[in-house]
Design a binder for this molecule. Structure first.
Ligand code: NDP
Length: 256
């Protein structure tokens, strides 16, 4: 193994790779030598992210659509067997519980849980065949503790952590590890949208709204997407063979 490029010859599929945390993970894994397939719905954003890396391919796919997932993963497998899957695509909608509709619950479960479930099912055969695989689910600290006004999101992310643990047990003797990385509030469009929602609904200023989000983080700051990518890189790298079924918080000590 090339110590500088420990993922050379490995194919990593990253969902939600067009921006934010997913883009940082794609860049980090590519820097370790991986061939990457970047999945998302916005072709232009994906192609922008893939440009400049001749080992990156963009595949347009809505991961909540089972037929599109089958097609996208068939395309990815055709290129090269899948060794690494990063289930990162996700979304966070907020509402008081009494105003949380069935439709919002379905949306949160579809993108944060169902998509990871199906993508893992589509990627696993390659990993079993080669006897090596890494699955990392980007959950959230909302997968480890409760927060108000995001019951559907919190429920979906807790379910994703449960899925991670169960699949880790099932694949433990196959050379495959399955872990969750649980970021605290991270500096991406998702958080910028949350700040905008708080401003619109409460009349607070942007800095007050941001303070509301980061006040539980002992480091009193947003996490950087690259910090989440570093945790993922460690889980996919050569030193983490015995780490499986874990839910690792990257949250400045917000949860202990
Ligand atoms: P962004 O909103 O910045 O990016 C989300 C990414 O997911 C985009 O690339 C988007 O691309 C893609 N995506 C969303 N829905 C779909 C879909 N149905 N099919 C395919 N791709 C999709 O979010 P973040 O980078 O902030 O979040 C990434 C993950 O990290 C999410 O799972 C989120 O829950 C989690 N997380 C984020 C935190 C934060 O504070 N930012 C904190 C804790 C966890 P496109 O729209 O083009 O499809």
């Amino acid at each position: 193994m090339d110590a500088e490029l420990p993922l050379a010859g490995r194919h990593a599929v990253i969902t939600g790779a067009s921006r934010g945390i997913g883009a940082a993970i794609a860049t980090r894994l590519a820097g370790m030598g991986a061939q990457t397939t970047l999945i998302g719905r916005d072709r232009r954003a994906l192609e922008r992210q893939a440009s400049g890396d001749r080992n990156a391919r963009a595949v347009v796919c809505d991961v909540t659509d089972p037929v599109e997932v089958e097609r996208a993963f068939a395309e990815a497998r055709e290129r090269m067997p899948i060794a690494i899957l990063i289930n990162n695509a996700g979304a966070a909608e907020s509402a008081p519980f009494q105003k949380t509709s069935d439709a919002m619950l379905e949306r949160m479960l579809a993108v944060n849980l169902g998509a990871a479930f199906r993508c893992a099912r589509a990627a696993l055969p390659s990993m079993i065949e080669t006897g090596w695989g890494r699955i990392v689910n980007i959950a959230s600290i909302a997968g480890l503790r409760g927060y108000p006004y995001v019951t559907a999101y919190v429920a979906a992310k807790h379910a994703l952590v449960g899925f991670t643990r169960a699949l880790a047990m099932e694949t433990a003797r196959k050379g495959i590890t399955v872990n969750a990385v649980c970021p605290g509030y991270t500096d991406t469009e998702l958080v910028r949208n949350s700040v905008a929602t708080i401003v619109a609904k409460t009349g607070r200023s942007e800095s007050e709204a941001l303070h509301e989000l980061i006040r539980h983080n002992p480091q009193a700051r947003l996490i950087r997407p690259e910090e989440v990518a570093d945790a993922v890189a460690w889980l996919c790298g050569p030193g983490a063979d015995s780490i499986t079924g874990q839910a690792i918080a990257v949250a400045g000590g917000e949860i202990m």
